[in-house]
Design a protein around this ligand. Structure first.
Ligand SMILES: C[S@@+](CC[C@H](N)C(=O)[O-])C[C@H]1O[C@@H](n2cnc3c(N)ncnc32)[C@H](O)[C@@H]1O
Length: 497
């Protein structure tokens, strides 16, 4: 609470300075208008023949301004703000829930007020496009800080507000876009610079859907193409990206956020892109993206290296199977059980290395495939699973496909029964942030909202407490996923009982 009060006061004083600035501006406008009223000569708009009644109305308005924006009021207000008692803030914070509810209602009301200038700006820009560039029937796609984006006759036209994008920067962008012309996800640009200072960037329209995270390969491809063209995007955000039918991630924001690349800027773009991919729907994404620009350690960036340096078009085989095989080899396991082994590829690879491997999968249709993989032994019969004989027990992508609770618990208990004392169970589950939805594992657990976290944890109930890697015994058996360093799977390790 003390930290909240401290932060509140910090923001309050920042707002106070902004308020003072606006206050003096309004007072200045009042004084300028009062001066004009007192000296109407040469001001046609104060001439009663041109504008009957305007002097009276303006006079009343000037009086209102003088009253409202009296510097004595500001001094009094400033004193009250700067000496605000922490207890008042504390009491206010306690009412925060109801404050938020009230503001949500107010927010709904302001939409109409904000819609007017946006609509007027769009109309103005559409008229300008039609008149000056002969664009037929432009239909607004959206409006941003820099201008309004239209679609017309199969092309997108971003019509920048006057002087929002310099002609030089537009020209540079068009030149850079020739470098990335063959890359998927980036568009070839054309620019039109009007004598009035307005710039329009145009490119081919492509039907896409909103980007909601994931699509790591598409994102990497887009970033690589930008880097090859010597360009960075300084403001990557899920709203600036879309997804095409073929799964390509498409950039839809061309403007002053595209800048010449430097080492630090590229690193910053990668950090932001990684966060967009992993936390696209996270309510704190904005805060994370801002922190990523500042650099420094962020737990949310765990796995960034694999994203930046890992292969594009990685498959389950390259990302997960090879990794599981490495883990087993590194541990020097001699006897391995692959639980829910599927086609038995990992079991076969390990058996070829001389490891004694048993693969088990209850799906009887797999037997035909196993016969060809002779180096390992396979079974589809769920028997003899309590032997506690294996140094390593693998269970890859099984727990996230099991529906009934009893089956799930049965598998967990089988895993516990198979592993030898001192051995290790290695469980891989789908990464919900990569597959873009919660898996059966998270839904069963009920504790993990995939939009909020990439970490999945699951308590495994076992017959005996499990000794933690260091420290005394006595904790319950916990399988906790490491932060996912591959883009698609999480590894979960459980101790042997
Ligand atoms: C997505 S596949 C993964 C296969 C393999 N582990 C791999 O990584 O390629 C899931 C496997 O879990 C198996 N499976 C489903 N329910 C199971 C259960 N109750 N016990 C053991 N295996 C199960 C399926 O037959 C299927 O082969």
């Amino acid at each position: 609470m003390n930290r909240a009060i401290e932060r509140f006061k910090k923001f309050l004083s920042e707002r106070l300075y902004a308020f003072q600035l606006s206050f003096y501006r309004a007072a200045g406008i009042g004084r300028t208008l009062a001066h004009a009223l007192a000296n109407p000569d040469g001001r046609w708009w104060l001439d009663p023949h041109h504008a009957p009644g305007v002097r009276e109305r303006l006079g009343a308005f000037v009086a209102l301004l003088a009253d409202q924006f009296d510097p004595r009021r500001l001094h009094d207000f400033r004193r009250r703000v700067l000496t605000l008692d922490g207890e008042v803030v504390r009491a206010w914070i306690r009412t925060l829930q109801s404050q938020i509810r009230a503001r949500q209602t107010n927010g709904a009301r302001t939409v109409g007020a904000l819609a007017w200038p946006t609509e007027a700006r769009s109309k103005l820009a559409a008229g300008w496009l039609e008149r000056e560039l002969g664009t037929r029937a432009p239909s607004a796609l959206g409006a941003g800080d820099e201008g309004v984006v239209f679609v017309a006759e199969g092309a997108v036209h971003k019509c920048f507000d006057t002087r929002r994008l310099s002609p030089e920067r537009a020209c540079w962008l068009v030149e850079r876009s020739k470098v990335w012309s063959a890359a998927r996800g980036l568009s070839s640009l054309r620019s039109t610079v009007h004598p009035s200072g307005r710039v329009v960037l145009s490119y081919r329209f492509e039907a896409t859907r909103p980007y909601e995270g994931g699509h790591g390969d598409g994102l990497r491809r887009l970033l690589d193409a930008l880097c090859r063209a010597g360009v960075v995007h300084r403001n990557l955000h899920p709203d600036n990206l879309r997804v095409a039918d073929d799964g390509a991630v498409v950039l839809v924001d061309y403007g002053s956020d595209l800048a010449p690349a430097s080492g630090e800027e590229i690193a910053c773009m990668m950090r932001r892109a990684f966060l967009c991919g992993r936390y696209a729907r996270h309510p704190e994404l904005k805060v994370m993206l801002r922190a990523a620009v500042e650099g420094g350690d962020m737990p949310e960036l765990a796995g960034l290296d694999a994203f930046v340096n890992g292969p594009i078009d990685a498959t389950k085989e390259t990302l997960l199977d090879r990794r599981l095989e490495r883990m087993v080899r590194q541990r020097g396991a001699r006897r391995v059980f692959d639980y829910g082994c599927g086609k038995g590829e990992v079991a076969t690879a390990l058996a070829r290395d001389g490891v004694d491997v048993v693969g088990f999968d209850p799906d009887p249709s797999l037997a035909a495939r196993w016969r060809r993989a002779s180096a390992a032994r396979f079974s589809s019969v769920r028997e003899g699973l309590a032997c506690r004989a294996y140094d390593a027990v693998l269970c890859a992508l099984v727990l996230c496909v099991i529906e009934p609770d009893e089956d799930f618990e049965g598998v967990v208990s089988d895993l516990a029964g198979l592993v030898a004392p001192g051995g290790e169970v290695i469980v891989a589950v789908c990464n919900p942030d990569s597959v873009n939805r919660s898996t059966l594992l998270q839904r069963r657990d009920g504790c993990c909202d995939p939009t909020r976290t990439a970490v999945t944890s699951k308590t495994l109930r076992g017959p005996r407490p499990c000794p933690p890697p260091t420290g005394p015994c006595g904790r319950p058996r916990i399988a906790r996923s490491s932060r996912c360093s591959s883009t698609r799977h999480c590894l979960v390790r459980a101790c042997a009982p």
